[in-house]
Design a protein around this ligand. Structure first.
Ligand SMILES: Nc1ncnc2c1ncn2[C@@H]1O[C@H](COP(=O)(O)OP(=O)(O)OP(=O)(O)O)[C@@H](O)[C@H]1O
Length: 646
């Protein structure tokens, strides 16, 4: 029976429906437990395959009721899978069968049984099957966040004392007609406990609010605080630096202003989470952990939707229990590339505040939401969702709302009736449209032109020339849903490079050419570069090619191309890689054929990258079913947050 199952897994691997890694994991389980039932290798291979898609567990009811929603397999393979699963048609049958294996711990069974509490590679808990490390991280995150949210900071400012400070920082309601002053509420809640989340769409004032929270901490603390800013990627770290700078400029006088401005200046530059925790090359371990915690009092992390589960666990382990953690992010954006959707899971069911919290808000903010004690998450009172965008162009905002709400007809109406150049839609896509867009009308065209000119000889002028080119490049971006294929990143990058060569603009000598935008694809601590950083290959004053990277603290950094071992061209990039960035003009290309990666969250994320102009290149049918497809990552974190431990 088990050998027949292994044959089937091998066939699926040869046909490409499972990865060699998935098969290898099934083989590993069988080596550990040769007598195991046939369900074990099947469960192991599916679990590994789905982990590769970002799920932190397999929810058995989801798998058994609708495997086609989870696995992008053709109908015959799905039918074979359904037959294979037929012997274990419900979660209880899985529990009974997998309880016979040495490889699975069933958490609901008697954990005093040594066989059951051993460090098995798999854990089955509440009808969800996990790789042990995911289960362990999930339980740790849930337990730690519950404790943090419930623990009040020792020196909380009295709400009556806080009130005039908050009135000074948030002088008027967000907008006449706004129901509640959510930014003020977010600030007051963040001050009260060791954990807080400020979520909301783009431009809703997350950084604006966080800056006021930090200013209040600085103004009211009797001792100097060690405040650290961080983000999951280098790009996002640069952006929070920039946003914070403009937020500080809008701060009212709060105590000695010059001190405050200097104190904020000392917070920069923001760190990436990898560098903050002290990532070690080729290792999952970090320099900072529970026994060697970070030395800080307050940690503010931006773009928290990009934090994957393993990173969140590492961060919480390294955080001293007395330190405050504030997460900023948009829960509706695409989740991290790696497994988990931590921010969305934590924020699920938020927006309900218990009576004690409402009492505190009334006293400190002079306004409060209705108390609601029926919340399913103990963290709900630590989370605030900001409602109104202060930056967004109305048409882009309306389109983002229609997509987020799952209304294809409304989205199409908005795109078709756009009166300004803010929105454009090409519903019969051709590669020429993309080349035209990238070539003439936009900042890319200026990059090409500038790169073709001789570089200034004077170092200062040269620095300004490089900065201007980097800025032009940062104003325009083509985003793709897919990596491969003619409508994916590789196809479009190649089409643009071929086009430039035909036009005589690009003089290519192998991989590198003047004007090549270059995306770093792996962290390189030696060079001080992070996965996702983008530079442009340009001549230095002596006409030697260097790749120049933006640097918020000074002139662009020049790196020898030969030192960039992991990089690719970046005329186009994936929506995933663009997370944490914004461009004046964003173009999104969807392929003509359907693909499971085309989801509402991906489209929402792409639209919200656009600051002033968004162009969609996609057939109508693709747009419709992209809006209809909602991705849901399987995870037990929300349930674990509700249920303390199980
Ligand atoms: N209450 C407010 N009154 C006036 N301006 C505001 C207010 N809140 C935010 N803004 C302005 O709106 C803009 C966007 O704010 P901010 O950068 O804080 O938003 P964000 O939610 O952090 O954006 P992103 O999603 O891009 O990170 C900024 O220019 C900020 O100064």
């Amino acid at each position: 029976m088990t050998s027949t199952m292994m044959d089937q897994l091998r066939t699926w691997t040869e046909e490409g429906w499972l990865r060699p890694l998935d098969l290898a994991f099934a083989q590993f389980l069988i080596r550990l437990d040769p007598q195991a039932p046939a369900l074990l290798p099947l469960a192991g291979a599916l679990l590994a395959r789905l982990e590769g898609e970002g799920h932190t567990c397999v929810a058995l009811d989801d798998l058994l009721s609708a495997p086609e929603r989870l696995l992008d397999w053709p109908a015959p393979e799905l039918a074979t899978l359904a037959t294979a699963l037929g012997d274990w048609p419900h979660a209880a049958a899985w529990t009974e069968t997998l309880a016979q294996s040495l490889c699975v711990q069933i958490t609901e069974r008697n954990t005093s049984d040594p066989a059951n509490s051993a460090e098995t590679p798999l854990v089955l808990s509440a009808a969800r099957l996990y790789l042990r490390r995911y289960w362990r991280d999930q339980q740790f995150i849930a337990e730690t966040l519950r404790q943090r949210a419930q623990q009040r900071v020792a020196d909380t400012v009295n709400p009556e004392v806080l009130r005039p400070w908050l009135e000074q920082l948030f002088p008027a309601p967000d907008e006449p007609g706004d129901e509640l002053p959510w930014q003020k509420i977010a600030c007051a809640l963040a001050l009260r406990s060791h954990f807080g989340i400020i979520t909301g769409g783009p431009g809703t004032g997350k950084t604006y609010t966080a800056a006021r929270f930090m200013a209040l901490l600085m103004a009211t603390s009797s001792t100097p605080l060690r405040i650290v800013l961080a983000a999951p990627t280098g790009k996002a770290a640069v952006r929070i630096d920039e946003s914070l700078l403009s937020a500080v400029n809008t701060l009212p006088q709060l105590g000695p202003r010059s001190d405050m401005a200097a104190a904020f200046a000392r917070l920069r530059p923001a760190r990436t989470l990898h560098s903050l925790l002290g990532a070690r090359p080729e290792s999952r371990r970090f320099h900072h952990h529970a026994a060697n915690p970070l030395e800080l009092d307050v940690l503010v992390v931006d773009e928290a939707s990009m934090i994957h589960q393993e990173m969140m666990a590492a961060l919480l382990r390294a955080l001293p229990p007395t330190a405050r953690l504030i997460l900023l992010g948009d829960q509706d954006q695409l989740a991290s590339v790696e497994a988990g959707a931590v921010l969305a899971e934590i924020c699920q069911g938020s927006g309900m505040y218990d009576a004690e919290t409402c009492h505190y808000l009334q006293a400190s903010c002079g306004a409060t939401p209705q108390p609601n004690d029926s919340s399913t998450s103990p963290l709900a009172s630590s989370i605030v969702r900001l409602q109104r965008s202060h930056r967004f162009n109305a048409e882009i905002g309306a389109l983002a709302d229609a997509v987020h709400g799952g209304h294809p007809e409304t989205a199409i109406r908005i795109l078709q009736s756009a009166q300004t150049s803010t929105l454009a839609w090409q519903s019969a896509p051709t590669i020429h449209q993309i080349l035209n867009l990238a070539g003439t009308e936009t900042a890319h065209g200026r990059v090409w032109q500038a790169a073709g000119q001789p570089p200034p000889k004077d170092p200062q002028q040269h620095g300004a020339w490089v900065k201007a080119i980097l800025k032009d490049y940062a104003d325009f971006r083509i985003l793709c849903a897919l990596r491969q294929g003619p409508w994916g990143v590789t196809g479009i990058n190649r089409a643009i490079e071929d086009h430039l060569q035909r036009q005589g603009i690009l003089q290519s000598h192998g991989l590198w050419y003047v004007g090549r935008p270059t995306l770093v694809t792996r962290n390189d601590p030696g060079l001080g570069l992070s996965n996702g950083d983008i530079g442009i290959a340009l001549p230095d004053p002596d006409r030697r090619m260097r790749v120049y990277f933006p640097n918020s603290d000074g002139p662009p950094r020049a790196i020898l191309p030969s030192r960039l071992n992991h990089s690719e061209s970046a005329w186009a990039m994936t929506v995933h890689k663009a997370q944490g960035s914004e461009f004046a003009h964003t173009v999104l290309v969807l392929p003509p054929e359907d693909s499971p990666v085309l989801s509402r969250e991906l489209l929402y994320t792409a639209i919200t990258r656009a600051r002033t102009c968004f162009t969609l290149i996609a057939p109508r049918a693709r747009l419709e079913n992209t809006i209809q497809r909602q991705t849901r990552r399987m995870s037990g974190l929300h349930a674990a947050l509700r249920n303390a431990r199980h």
